[in-house]
Ligand binder design. Structure first.
Ligand code: FES
Length: 160
């Protein structure tokens, strides 16, 4: 089902963890499965000096998160925003069709971290990035709503 490269990135994730003094942080949720991911960036002279992630998700989400940190590191902010889910998938030698949505999480997480970076510095935010941000926020809010409903139902079930 998975390529050897996906399995390798899943077993040995690159750049996993948090940057405590990050310049930008982006948290996103996958509307299809509810998995979540946070991307941290450190920026120097408009370049992504460091990119890390934390993912609560499937093996493909971990592998794609890991891959995007490698693709983005060393790129300028503008170049990093150009990274597509196809590049992430190709970098891993492919993903099964049912797992393609997992690669969107990685791309959106990076976009959100860059959005946060612009915002913290009161820099003008490119229109396309604002649109992406609004879409990912809506998706994230839906997941939070679903999660709240789920925990409420779980509580009711436990109380009998
Ligand atoms: Fe949720 Fe892969 S199944 S991100």
């Amino acid at each position: 089902m998975y390529t050897e490269k996906v399995m390798e990135y899943f077993r040995n994730p690159r750049n996993m963890g948090e940057i405590t003094d990050a310049d930008g942080v982006g948290t996103v949720g996958n509307p299809i499965c509810g998995d979540m991911m946070t991307v941290y960036i450190k920026v120097k002279d408009n370049r992504l000096e460091n990119v890390t992630f934390k993912t609560f998700g499937c093996g493909a989400a971990i592998a794609t998160s890991s891959m995007i940190t490698e693709l983005a590191k060393g790129k300028t902010i503008e170049e990093a925003l150009e990274i597509t889910k196809s590049e992430v998938v190709e970098g891993l030698g492919g993903l099964p069709p049912v797992k393609i949505h997992c690669s969107v999480l990685a791309v959106d997480g990076l976009s959100e971290a860059i959005y946060d970076y612009y915002k913290r510095r009161n820099m003008p935010i490119p229109e396309e990035l604002v649109k992406r941000h609004e879409r990912t926020r809506r998706e994230f809010e839906n997941i939070e709503k679903r999660y709240a409903e789920f925990t409420k139902l779980e509580k009711e079930l436990l109380q009998g």
